[in-house]
Design a protein around this ligand. Sequence first.
Ligand SMILES: [Zn+2]
Length: 233
Amino acid sequence: MDDLNALLKRAESNEDFRKLLEKLRWAEGFKCPRCEGSHYSRIKTRGLLQCRTCRKQVSATSGTFLHGVRNLRAWVKAILSFREEDSHSAVAQALLLDRSYATTWFMLHKIRMVLGSSLYNLTFEAEGALAVPCSFLKPALFKASSEGEPPQPRCKTVLSREMVSRACSFIVYLLDVFHGVSRKYSQVYAFEYALRERSSELTPLRLIGCFVRGSPMLRRDIFECFSPFLLYF
Ligand SMILES: [Zn+2]
């Protein structure tokens, strides 16, 4: 792992990041996705590996969530930004990554989808979801004019000391990063908060490792999944 960390630290070009992803994907040695063969030769000019048994050509990202991504540098940076304490808006991220707003918006949502499914098992299966009553979050929520009265909770929720402390961190996050949010969208922000909280607990390599598996995602699916939350920024 040490040399991978060093590789990540030094990585600057897309080629460096491709090498890193290759090592992460085939940490146990190359395995052809078609025939599971372990022998390969390298096609240097195209950054591909060719299976010696079935001659399939693969790259570090083919068939994974990062399938077809050319600018690996920008993607890895965007993925790692989920470990950072202060969250950036898509606009700020776009400037940092030197991409257009639309591209950055798309990148960040795709990353959220992948992380959401990868971290789900770690988060909810282990501990169960943390249910925080809206009344508790009041200092950080404001009511959008289109909202009706919220349903009154039927029973009193008892929060443990640990839950109160986590809920307080959530309130601070909502106030600090977003200066309060609309109650209507608070669930989306809660999702974002949980993602970032969990991501920050993972090592950079483990976080990037979530992306060197899975299967490619269609652009359409990502837009459909997130379009109701376009207001989220
Ligand atoms: Zn093969």
